[in-house]
Design a protein. Structure first.
Lengths: 143, 158
């Protein structure tokens, strides 16, 4: 469906296809809580978060996961082309009361499957140089 | 809550299909805005139709909204023994058999794939199979998505 999107034949494993710095602040987390229905107070209540042993309010893992995939959507030009997407949540992203937490994402071609017409895009997602998502991979169908 | 651990007897359990979830345009726009997804197919019907879709396309992780509702049948059941203040999300996986679009009416069949314990750490894995709702109370139709989620539950002394 992505007529002007990337072409499978032109991609090689290891190609960096996109990168972005994403800023998360407390308002982002409140907005995500409302949009997703995940109202766990560790994502908005500092006192609660510290009582359960966290360094402070942390981002929803799903907020980070949902935010970083945008680089792949924008690269391929068609959100419906992302047929699989999975990750492990390896480290929390603390979000300060003022200012932002910056999450860096780099998208690299991890595998090309000409028979299936798909490419696996591997996402390296870090906060302050620490990996926060593990094995974050999206399989994208290219026309 | 006394030293509860997830009840391993729930492994293999399958729940009946949920009530239909109606995917709304404004919900797709709201969710897309929350994750900073600016692609026009999430926001602009003309753009979505230009890509061949009948309506706005949901972002790749939107199905979590539907899946978490279904999962609550299990994780919020006191008999399951899951102390949510001790839960950490371990991993999440989406498989889209076709994109979710505004106007979809979707039902979910929740499976508890595994409940395992090692020392005082437990891991539970759930799988939500999301289908187009059958019309007039018929059986679920087209298979739309599979959402797999694993939670780690820390015991009292960990």
């Amino acid at each position: 469906m992505s007529e002007q999107g990337p072409e499978l034949a032109s991609l090689t494993v290891g190609d960096v296809v996109a990168s972005r710095a994403i800023e998360l602040d407390r308002a982002t987390l409140v907005r995500y809580a409302g949009a997703s229905g995940d109202f766990n107070p560790i994502h908005w209540d500092e006192g609660f978060a510290t009582e359960v042993g966290l360094p402070g309010v942390i981002a929803h893992g799903m907020c980070t996961m949902g935010s970083v995939i945008g680089v792949v959507t924008d690269w391929v030009g068609d959100p419906g082309a992302i047929v699989r997407y999975g990750t492990r949540f390896t480290k929390p992203v603390p979000v300060p009361a003022r200012g932002t937490a910056v999450v860096d994402v780099v998208a690299t071609v991890g595998a090309v499957d000409p028979d299936a017409g798909t490419v696996r895009v591997d996402l390296t997602v870090t906060h302050e140089d620490v990996k926060v998502l593990g094995r974050a991979q999206a399989v994208v169908r290219l026309a | 809550m006394a030293n509860t651990q997830p009840d391993t007897a729930f492994a293999g359990r399958e729940y009946p299909a949920t009530e239909p979830y109606q995917v709304g345009r404004e919900k797709i726009r709201e969710f897309a805005a929350a994750v900073g997804a600016q692609h026009p197919a999430h926001h602009d019907i003309v753009a979505a139709r230009g890509l061949g879709y009948p309506d706005l396309v949901a972002p790749p992780t939107f199905a979590v909204v539907i899946a978490q509702r279904a999962e609550s049948q299990y994780v919020a059941d006191p008999a399951a023994g899951i102390d949510f203040s001790r839960v950490v999300h371990a991993d999440e996986k989406f498989e889209h058999h076709r994109p979710i679009v505004a106007g979809d009416e979707l039902v979910t069949i929740l499976h508890v794939d595994s409940v395992t314990q090692r020392a005082s750490i437990s891991m539970v894995t759930t799988r939500c199979e999301i289908f187009a709702a059958g019309t007039d109370g018929a059986a679920p139709g087209e298979h739309v998505a599979t959402v797999t989620s694993s939670l780690v539950v820390r015991g009292e002394d960990s």
